[in-house]
Design a protein around this ligand. Sequence first.
Ligand SMILES: [Ca+2]
Length: 243
Amino acid sequence: MNLVELLKSYEGVNPFDSVRKAHQLAQDLQELADANPRWRFIVWLIERAVMKRGMVFPDDLRAFLETLGLRTYEDLETWVNLVNGNELLEVINPTFELTKADVYGVDEIKQIIKDQVNAESSLNFKFRDTMYYPFTERDLRKVLDLSPINKRRYVPEAHDCDDFASELKAWLSSKGYGNMALAYIEVNRYSGGTRVGAHALNLAVLTGRRAVFIEPQTDKIYDPKDSSVWGAWDVQKVRYVEF
Ligand SMILES: [Ca+2]
């Protein structure tokens, strides 16, 4: 069944049956997208624009399609045949698989970080999960290449370092990988023993118990003690790590 046939089958539904039908329509749309990749994009849009608590009501759907200039279900079918919705969705909302080759507990992660970074004596950790999957180097590169975070514009305070770092972590969660070993971290920067500033960035733990820093504004991955990336400061010390 294509979407046109599917939607026509919902015409004239008894109002007393509307909740059950709205659940059914949401499920049917998902199955349609799973079976026909070209429909993935329009179904993704419909779910975001129209879905309410897991339900899609046919009247809401028709109103939404009209806002797209699609007045009949046949218009919709023409549009879907014109646009490769599968490719479009991969650009906007890429899917990917990450390897879960190993798993580290909280104490192990703390030890890896303490061993490999310059840390303040007051270094503070926050963990929301109990176990984390380390990244392979290749997977970490893939995540950074696919994530849109580094492409966004820098705005002092409103969208600056702390926002880039929280967004990269949140984006990975939104893709279903909230327990990969990626942390939001804050560092203090010192020059000649004096604190000259602070910065927020990300830290990832790789397989083989290796910690790396990630600059989410540029997607650069670097060793926590690599002084070649430091500018007007001679050391940065981690003060906060949040997984
Ligand atoms: Ca900010």
